[in-house]
Design a protein around this ligand. Structure first.
Ligand code: FE2
Length: 284
């Protein structure tokens, strides 16, 4: 598992404070202007608050079409219901993976009135041939997520892809996503081989890490360069640090987003809007 030619950091991104749903405060880390640079990833939201006013309203019923949403809850409880008849509770350390494909209408409502709510939602694009496929959904409890500890004592949760001989909870052929939650102890190093053409970034949420000579502080995304001679990423931590490492194979297709719909053309967006208006989107 050695990396000889690690990638450098191309840029750091702070994200934008915003609110979504019925007024949930969050930071949009991966914004729309980065969708081509970070293809196949369309969005990453980070939320974290001890104040119920920031999250209590949740995300009432809303539609999606054309991509997948991956919700990773570090702490808190959120109930999910959708038009395909799925229902589940995402709780501390759990993941909900939803493939909206041709359409779901769903709600995500907090099941707590106090305490901390913290986590992430990632949007992963679908290939044009899969955008109108059948919706799919899976809840994965924290205890069912594959985990591995490296020789350096780095603890990995493998949500998607594969790392250090451990296969993640979800695999996708077209986008080959790697989604790791990485917990580094003080004075440790972590390496992950990656194809040079895959787009990759980290989001640090506790402490800070070092990539080459560059420090990545908490609440920052670092986008890795796609150096053709590189074979992966290497990250160092002098003190305890936690981050997400996300990478995937770009689809290299047109991206047309209108709110919760992400398709390949304007015409397909009009179709999504009319299907939603006519009650066809999300119908069984
Ligand atoms: Fe949603």
């Amino acid at each position: 598992m050695t990396v000889q030619h690690p990638r450098a950091i191309e840029r750091l991104v702070a994200g934008q404070a915003t609110s979504d749903g019925a007024g949930v405060k969050l930071t949009r880390v991966l914004t729309q202007n980065l969708q081509h640079r970070l293809d196949p990833f369309l969005m990453l939201d980070a939320f974290g608050s001890d104040n119920p006013d920031d999250y209590i309203a949740g995300f009432p019923e809303h539609p999606h079409r054309g991509f997948e949403t991956v919700s990773y809850m570090l702490s808190g409880r959120m109930r999910h219901r959708d038009s395909a008849g799925h229902e589940g509770l995402v709780t501390d350390g759990g993941v909900q993976w939803m493939t909206a494909a041709r359409g779901v209408i769903h709600s995500e409502i907090p099941q707590q009135t106090e305490g901390r709510m913290e986590g992430f939602q990632l949007w992963l694009n679908l290939h044009s041939s899969e955008k109108m496929g059948a919706p799919w959904y899976r809840d994965i409890q924290a205890t069912d997520l594959p985990k591995v500890t490296t020789a350096q004592g780095v603890q990995l949760t493998v949500i998607a892809g594969e790392s250090h001989g451990t296969v993640g909870a979800v695999q996708r052929e077209k986008t080959q996503p790697l989604y790791l939650d990485v917990h580094m102890p003080a004075a440790s190093t972590f390496s992950q081989p990656l194809p040079a053409t895959h787009n990759a970034f980290i989001y640090v949420y506790r402490g800070e890490v070092l990539v080459g000579e560059k420090t990545v502080p908490a609440q920052r995304m670092a986008i890795f360069s796609n150096d053709a001679a590189s074979d992966g990423v290497t990250i160092n931590a002098s003190a305890d640090a936690k981050f997400l490492l996300i990478a995937g194979k770009p689809l290299k297709e047109p991206i047309v987003q209108y709110g919760p719909f992400v398709m390949n053309s304007q015409q397909e967006i009009y179709q999504a809007l009319s299907d939603f208006r006519d009650g066809v989107l999300g119908a069984a």
